[in-house]
Design a protein around this ligand. Sequence first.
Ligand SMILES: NC(=O)c1ccc[n+]([C@@H]2O[C@H](COP(=O)([O-])OP(=O)(O)OC[C@H]3O[C@@H](n4cnc5c(N)ncnc54)[C@H](OP(=O)(O)O)[C@@H]3O)[C@@H](O)[C@H]2O)c1
Length: 269
Amino acid sequence: MDKKILFIGGGQMAEGIISGLIRQGVFAPDHIFVSDVVPQRLIHLKTTYSIIPTDDPTQAASCADVIFLAVRPQDVASACAGLENIMSERRDILLASIVAGVDLAALTAYTAPGQKIVRIMPNTLIQAQNGFSAACVNTHVNADDRQLIQTMLEALGQVMFLSEAKYDLFTAYSCVGPMYIYLMMHALIQAGVRTGFSREESYAITIKNTLGAAQMLELTGDHPLQRIDTMTSPGGVTIDALASLEEDAFVGTILKSMKASVDKTLSFK
Ligand SMILES: NC(=O)c1ccc[n+]([C@@H]2O[C@H](COP(=O)([O-])OP(=O)(O)OC[C@H]3O[C@@H](n4cnc5c(N)ncnc54)[C@H](OP(=O)(O)O)[C@@H]3O)[C@@H](O)[C@H]2O)c1
C-alpha cells in the first residue's frame, strides 16, 4: 500500500499494531511515522522496525493518510494539539483511535468538521493473528475508508464493524474472552497433573485439545453442544464428567462472570 500512517503514541499497543502492519506488508516501514514524548520509545521502534520517528507530529500529519491515536485517555488533548489545523486542510485524513473510553463525539472535538473518524479496539491476540478487532466509524467514513480499516485490522486478525453501543460491549465480551479460555486451560493442565500426567504432557494435550475443538467448530459450523452429544455415549465417561460440571453450574458461573464484566465496562460511561 502506498499510504502513510502517523502513530501518535508509540507504547505497547502501538508497537503490537506496527509489527502486525509491517509483517503483513500493509504499510512499508518508511511509510510509518511515530511520535512519542519518550525518546527511548522512538529509538526502540526505529531500531526494531525501521519506522520513521518524528518529534514534529504536525509536519508528519500533513503528509499522512491515517493519523493513529495510541496514547492514554488523559493525553488525548495534548496529543491532538495542532492537528485540527492540518485536518481542516486535509479532510481526507482518517483519524483512527484506540484510546479507551474516548467516544466518537469526544474525538470530533479535536478534528475539523466532516473529518473521518474510526474507533478501533484491537485484537488482544495480535501475535497469533487470530481474534477480532472491533471498528466503529462515524458517518463521514466511506466505502474506501472501510476497506482501508479492514485491511489494517486484518493484519492483526479478523475485524468486526460495530455500532458504538455494541463497541463498548465488545470490550466486556471479546477483549475479556481469552481470559476464560486461559483459565479453563489452566484448570485442564492442573487436572492433567492430578491425573498423573507430567506438566509438559498436560500442557501439550490441553493446547492441542483447545485448538482442535475450536477448529472442529469452525470446520463443521456445529453448535458446541452438538459436538458434546457426539462424545457422550450412554453410561460412558464423558457424560459423568459433564454431569458433575452441570451440578456445579459451570455455564451459569460463566454467564454471571460475563455480566460482571459488562457491568464494569458500562460503569465507566
Ligand atoms: N493495553 C491494552 O490492552 C489496550 C487495549 C485497547 C486499547 N488500549 C488503549 O490504547 C492506548 C495506548 O495504550 P498503551 O498500553 O499502548 O499505552 P502506553 O504503553 O502508555 O503508550 C502510550 C505512549 O504515548 C506516549 N504519549 C503520551 N502523551 C503523548 C503525546 N502528547 N504525544 C505523543 N506520545 C505521547 C506515552 O508517554 P508517557 O508514558 O510518558 O505518558 C507512552 O509512551 C490507551 O488509550 C489504551 O486505553 C489499550
